[in-house]
Design a binder for this molecule. Structure first.
Ligand SMILES: *Cc1c(COP(=O)(O)O)cnc(C)c1O
Length: 469
């Protein structure tokens, strides 16, 4: 493709994107295809000769679009959001054009230094104190893995990296029963093992870790000769928004000399509103903190903001400099490849720069405040309805509920059918969870273009379909 042709198709892509976003609300939110529907339309072998872009674009509309679930649909209330916004998309276009590999300072100094500044903007926006330094990771899972490997090495005085774990007593990690599966996965990859991830029961307001049980578990492990290494505190759990008392966890971490990692993957974005920061009290004493602007801060996936209090501990753990990566190090030079598991790095700071400058902090705060207040309003309506019950109160913009008409026998089966019917209908998209032994329906508000009317329309759809069951 020559440059003139590229210009044509890049314009076409821009038109396509604007048309898509302008019409996405008319599509079913969740893809309505069956397994294999897309696959069977794709040739078994690659073409030997190049095909026309006209044909390729036509197939995009014909084959791919019907098989897409529309995360940027304003009536997407499932999972957590995966935000996007026009300035973020534009930044992704130009990032793709430059296609830089930003592993080292010298492989793109501006990318590195913009990342440093953007993470410091984000740090200020969420109210973490000066002294935390940030890096963009591919995902919260990647950040948590980096944090737990660092915690493991701190606990073993960096012997694990050198000798492996076989010669050492088991390294222990603690988190609540509500922590995300990415912690389980990180513990596996870090060689710590499922058996050494201690799940502490939750108690009290918003499903926080039972701190006395945490304290006792650490003491018992120490007595038994194990190596307590890290506490993972949850700020906004995925099921029903569980929140640990981070301040109390920080006390316990300090008392026992443990590393404290805060997983705020989704809820962290709401910390840009000072009125919600009571949830992160104590985070200033954490060793690391992760949240995903790619969830709820209008920034395209992937962009996970990982803050650490001691960057040297992280780079001592993950930093390796083989001869072919060595540069003539200059004062103040940061090589972010030493901060993360993958070597290669996309230029992800640019979209943050576009988003934060284009909206400004006040507009970003207003979005989050709207989402939270609309979720609370809908939760109140559901709570007041005689045939529905709230199964968890709103934590920011997430709550759960179930349909519980008086005459119904098997509520789990009834609600499973309700979610399925709703998603087959396609006007809205919801997902489920298991909470306190019951099948519950999650509801979160967070898509960039969702309005109050969209949230209220969801309530109409839910009642209408429930009545038909
Ligand atoms: C979404 C989520 C994660 C995982 O995020 P990725 O960036 O997809 O790895 C981890 N923890 C919590 C609480 C989440 O909500």
């Amino acid at each position: 493709m020559n440059l003139d042709s590229f210009r044509h198709w890049a314009h076409k892509a821009a038109d396509w994107s604007a048309d898509y976003l302008g019409s996405v609300a008319k599509r079913p939110v969740r893809a309505q295809v069956k397994p294999g529907d897309t696959l069977k339309q794709l040739p078994l072998s690659p073409p030997a000769a190049g095909e026309s872009m006209d044909d390729i674009f036509a197939d995009l509309d014909r084959i791919i679009l019907p098989g897409m679930t529309h995360w940027q649909h304003p009536r997407f209330f499932a999972y957590f959001p995966a935000n996007s916004s026009p300035p973020s998309i534009v930044a992704e276009y130009v990032t793709a054009a430059m296609a830089a590999q930003c592993m080292l300072w010298q492989t793109s100094p501006a990318a590195t230094e913009l990342e440093t500044r953007m993470l410091d903007w984000l740090r200020q926006m969420i109210g973490l104190p000066d002294g935390f330094r940030g890096v963009i990771q591919d995902s919260a899972s990647g950040a948590t893995l980096a944090a737990l490997v660092t915690a493991r090495e701190k606990a073993l005085a960096w012997a694990g990296n050198k000798e492996g774990l076989a010669a050492h007593a088991p390294v222990r990690v603690y988190g609540s029963t509500h922590t995300h599966s990415s912690i389980d996965k990180a513990v596996r990859i870090a060689g710590i093992g499922d058996a050494n991830l201690v799940k502490i029961p939750v108690a009290g307001s918003h499903y926080g870790m039972d701190m006395a049980a945490l304290d006792a578990a650490i003491a018992a492990d120490r007595m038994a000769g194990r190596v307590p290494a890290a506490i993972v505190a949850c700020l906004g759990g995925t099921s029903v928004g569980a929140c640990d008392d981070i301040d109390a966890a920080a006390d316990i971490a300090a008392r026992h000399g443990l590393y404290l990692h805060v997983d705020a993957a989704w809820a962290g974005s709401a910390m840009i509103c000072p009125e919600f920061r009571n949830l992160m009290l104590g985070a200033e004493r954490a060793d690391s903190f992760v949240f995903n602007p790619h969830k709820w801060l209008l920034t395209n996936f992937d962009c996970s903001a990982h803050f650490v209090r001691d960057a040297k501990a992280l780079t001592d753990t993950l930093g390796i400099r083989p001869a072919y990566l060595r540069t003539l190090a200059q004062e103040g030079q940061v090589d972010y490849q030493e901060w993360s598991v993958p070597l290669g790095r996309r230029f992800r700071a640019l979209k943050l720069w576009f988003v934060i400058r284009s909206y400004g902090v006040a507009a970003l705060q207003a979005k989050i405040r709207d989402h939270v207040s609309w979720a609370r309003a809908l939760a109140a309506l559901i709570d007041a309805h005689e045939s529905f019950e709230l199964t968890s109160a709103p934590l920011l913009s997430l709550f759960s509920f179930r349909y519980a008409p008086r005459e119904a026998a098997d509520l789990d089966a009834l609600n499973a059918r309700l979610v399925e019917r709703i998603n087959d209908d396609g006007r809205i998209y919801l997902t489920q969870s298991q909470h306190e032994g019951s099948f519950v329906i999650r509801f979160q508000v967070g898509q960039t273009n969702t309005t109050r009317a969209d949230v209220m329309a969801a309530w109409d759809v839910i009642r209408e379909i429930a009545a038909e069951l």
